[in-house]
Design a protein around this ligand. Structure first.
Ligand SMILES: [Zn+2]
Length: 325
């Protein structure tokens, strides 16, 4: 049974990665087509609203506790290849939130995160093998850094139970010890060494302009997810945030051939935003925004739930799969 006291505040289910037997390799947090079928049955088909119906009921304050919508972030191709056939099978129309730098009309520059993820999973025996290689190239003594962050490592292990300690340590090195550009330099060194021709994979890993038009034609709802997908939007100043969202509106509307003011939906990249973000989104006429909340955060009272129409809570599919097993 999906719905219970601890869960009733979620109105969106959030999906990212799917795997199959082909190009979309299994990785952290990815689910199969079969898992998606089971998950939809677990929630109950009749509790899942089409995106446009969800929006309408939300506006009219007629949503009941047991009504959710499905949302897909980041314009990753596995959503088209693996998830879309299931959605069509069940006749479920969903939200797709895309960042626009990945589109031809947006510069054709997808977020390196996805490329790095593919590289990590396909060019090494396992993820720990990757970490060992990475630390070799980095060639720095990290013992003090890990010692100083002992508390943080422990806390993160509680907050993200599906990560191993090695996963958490790597993320701390990536996000705190290194500057973004240093981290990316190391990754591209490794990529060149292994002769991974990543640009050839763009079309296999990311949505094309045609994919976006096709989703729109099928009746799915396309929404904003910034232009370049900053991991911490809340750290950008007002004008940079405004550029992120204005660019996103203009590229999506150009690709879909509709005017920008018809796009009324968004999700916050990595769940990060601040007061400026909300003000910008209101100014752009956005009427529905989603964030993500970990169940654990809710339990700790770390986050207010559904505190405005631009902050609707979503649950990660990985958390639901865990409850099904
Ligand atoms: Zn995202």
């Amino acid at each position: 049974m999906y719905f219970n006291e601890a869960n009733n505040f979620y109105h969106g289910i959030m999906f990212h990665h799917f795997h199959d037997d082909g190009i979309h390799t299994k990785g952290q947090g990815s689910i199969s087509q079969d898992d998606l079928y089971k998950l939809i049955k677990f929630i109950g088909r009749s509790n899942i609203l089409d995106a446009d119906v969800f929006f309408k009921k939300f506006k009219e304050k007629k949503l009941n506790k047991r009504e959710v919508c499905l949302t897909f972030d980041d314009g990753i191709k596995c959503q088209i290849d693996v998830a879309l056939p299931v959605l069509e099978d069940f006749k479920i129309k969903s939200f797709f939130f895309v960042y626009t730098s990945l589109f031809r009309g947006g510069g054709g520059q997808p977020d390196n995160l996805e490329i790095f993820r593919y590289f990590r999973m396909n060019y090494f025996n396992n993820v720990n093998d990757f970490y060992i290689n990475f630390y070799n190239v980095l060639n720095k003594d990290l013992s003090n850094f890990f010692k100083n962050n002992e508390e943080k490592i422990k806390n993160n292990k509680i907050k993200f139970p599906h990560y191993s300690v090695e996963d958490i340590k790597f993320r701390l090195v990536r996000d705190i010890f290194l500057k973004k550009s240093d981290y990316e330099n190391i990754m591209f060194l490794m990529i060149n060494e292994k002769k991974f021709k990543y640009k050839k994979f763009y079309s296999k890993l990311f949505f094309s302009d045609e994919d976006l038009r096709n989703l729109n034609k099928l009746g799915h709802t396309i929404g904003l997810h910034s232009h370049s997908h900053p991991t911490l939007m809340e750290k950008l100043d007002y004008s940079d945030q405004e550029k992120e969202y204005k660019k996103c509106v203009s590229i999506i509307s150009k690709i879909l051939g509709k005017s920008g003011d018809t796009i009324k939906y968004m999700s916050h990249p990595c769940g990060s935003y601040n007061e400026d973000t909300l003000q910008i989104l209101k100014k752009l006429g956005i009427e529905l925004g989603f964030k993500q909340i970990m169940t654990i955060e809710k339990e700790k009272g770390m986050n207010k739930i559904n505190n405005s129409f631009l902050e609707i809570a979503r649950q990660d599919h990985a958390d639901i799969i865990k409850r099904m097993n």
